[in-house]
Design a binder for this molecule. Structure first.
Ligand code: C2O
Ligand code: CU
Ligand code: CU
Length: 522
């Protein structure tokens, strides 16, 4: 066969950007709905499969893992308070796509390929949360000690928002998600429907991930087979950085748009990379929502940072940009700093004719939620983000100096408000995620040793905090713990009890003990 271009997938300088059209993941369709207390509950069966996927028009296909054989997986659409049941079936091969480091927690005496699905941001009973130790192998031949059920029940008892589902198996989450196991889960509600936001073809979810490839087009993930010599091979890196950018599974795609308003729900589903996003023409974003739903009021922003697992819900009005090509740029605020390739994400080409007049709105008032009153907090906790060195001389990032399997220390009472002070001793940010709850960011402040008492507890002065970024207001489930600062969040544990977790959402950190149990008790 004759090659049209000499393309080396490992080197982004050898292939053009913006030649693949953006794809939008299809909606998942339920197997059946069944009557349950006179309610029809949709039942989905979603199969995790190994398939071949084309990331770029000029690439050979790449072996990936996808939910229903797709990456991103199919989008599940649910309505507030209407339950959905999902059976997430592991039909994956016995051997992993990526070499597995068998020195990490949970990987030593367990099958190489294990999965468990977590619905990120869900208010959900503990047995359907996708606990890392509730993993199962193909056909449930082996299961983790926290495994209890095959069918997960989502009550969707929370405001409309953009959730996402992804793998969470202990010790290999970074590899499973990188292999392709992630998808969107949208909760709709009546309030939002009344707002007349852009919808249908004008409402598009965007999942951004950095990837790297070998010359033959297969996914590249470092095995770290370099000295120090006492390291195992493969040995997990303490972070992964890809040299290409995928949006909804295509590298640097473009999207042809009409000169009108579009709603985008943007998710950073990268292992480590944080993005600092803006439009190349200096255009503005109308932010309407964050991780956990709509803001009280829409705000205009010209840039924002999206850490791993964070979502932003925004509207871009292309009506003034007829004929323009606008690039979504990754600039200031990106971690690590972007280069010429990773500095661009995708392109919007305002070339389609307007099909019909745009009657959608960007309402000023969106969602009347009641902010948490931090003065009602039942308990305050100071949690240090620190490190140790493992027996191979590798840095391990930890939460409060404890390992994943150390006894639970974050035991919270249902129906109480807690304030957590996340003390980041590193010189780079860690995106901290708490399962089950939403929270508000109260603010941040640089710290010195004088800010802590003898026990290491933070001497909290509420008025001394600087407020969160404008785009970080509202209800969140991931927060950037900024370097050299205390980041203070407040959360209300409202509904469920049981065993949950909290962790850094840099997947290489999470897999290497920057993850802790969280217990909610009555
Ligand atoms: Cu998005 Cu515990 O994860
Ligand atoms: Cu989560
Ligand atoms: Cu981290």
């Amino acid at each position: 066969m004759e090659e049209k271009f000499r393309v080396d997938p490992s080197d982004p300088a050898t292939f053009p950007k913006f030649i693949d059209h953006l794809t939008v993941p299809p909606l998942a369709t339920p197997e059946k709905t069944y009557d349950y207390h006179s309610q029809d509950i949709p039942y989905y069966k979603i199969m995790m499969k190994e398939v071949r996927h084309r990331f770029h028009k000029l690439f050979p296909t790449t072996r990936i893992w996808g939910y229903n054989g797709m990456s991103p997986g199919p989008t599940i659409e649910a309505s507030k308070d209407a339950a959905v049941h999902v059976r997430w079936v592991n039909s994956l091969p016995e051997k992993h796509l990526i070499p597995v480091d068998k020195t990490l927690h949970g990987t030593i005496d367990t099958p190489e390929v294990r999965t468990v699905v977590h619905l990120h941001g869900a208010n959900v009973a503990a047995d359907s949360d996708g606990h890392p130790d509730a993993w199962y192998s193909r056909n449930y031949e082996a299961v983790g000690h926290a495994f209890t059920r095959r069918v997960y029940k989502y009550t969707n008892h929370q405001p409309g928002t953009t959730l996402w589902y992804h793998d969470h198996a202990v010790g290999i989450t970074r590899l499973n998600v990188y292999a392709g196991l992630a998808g969107f889960y949208l909760i709709r509600d009546r309030l939002e429907e009344r707002l007349n936001l852009p919808r249908g073809p004008y409402e598009i979810p965007l999942m951004i991930q950095d990837k790297a490839f070998n010359e033959d087009g297969s996914l590249f993930y470092p095995d770290n087979a370099t000295p120090p010599v006492n390291k195992p091979v493969p040995s997990t890196p303490s972070f992964f950085i890809g040299n290409t950018i995928a949006v909804n599974g295509k590298l640097w795609p473009y999207l042809n748009v009409e000169p009108r308003k579009y709603r985008f729900r943007i998710l950073n589903a990268s292992n480590l990379r944080a993005y600092g996003l803006s439009l190349s023409n200096g255009g503005i974003f109308h932010q309407i929502g964050t991780d956990q739903g709509l803001l009280q009021n829409s705000v205009e922003i010209d840039s924002f940072v999206l850490e791993p697992a964070e979502r932003i819900d925004l509207i871009i009005d292309f009506s003034q940009y007829r004929g323009q090509e606008i690039t979504l740029v990754n600039g200031e605020g990106s971690t690590p700093p972007a280069d010429a390739d990773t500095g661009v994400i995708m392109k919007f080409r305002v070339v389609l004719p307007l099909k019909r007049p745009d009657t959608s709105d960007i309402p000023e008032d969106l969602f009347p939620y009641h902010p948490i009153n931090p003065s009602l907090a039942y308990r305050e906790r100071t949690l240090h983000l620190d490190e140790t060195v493992d027996r191979y001389g590798r840095v391990m990032h930890l939460l409060d100096d404890r390992m994943w399997h150390d006894p639970v220390t974050e035991i919270v009472k249902k129906d109480t408000i807690e304030i957590w002070h996340l003390v980041n001793h590193f010189d780079f940010p860690h995106p901290i995620h708490v399962h089950l709850v939403d929270f508000e960011i109260l603010g941040r402040k640089p710290f010195t040793v004088a800010d802590f008492d003898k026990k290491g507890n933070y001497k909290y002065v509420p008025q001394s905090l600087s407020p969160p970024e404008i785009y970080e207001r509202g209800l969140k489930d991931v927060v950037r713990a900024t370097p050299g600062e205390v980041t203070t969040i407040a959360m209300h544990f409202k509904e469920h009890t049981g065993d949950y977790i909290w962790h850094c959402h840099i997947l290489e950190h999470e897999d290497n003990d920057m993850m802790r149990p969280l217990k909610v008790v009555d």
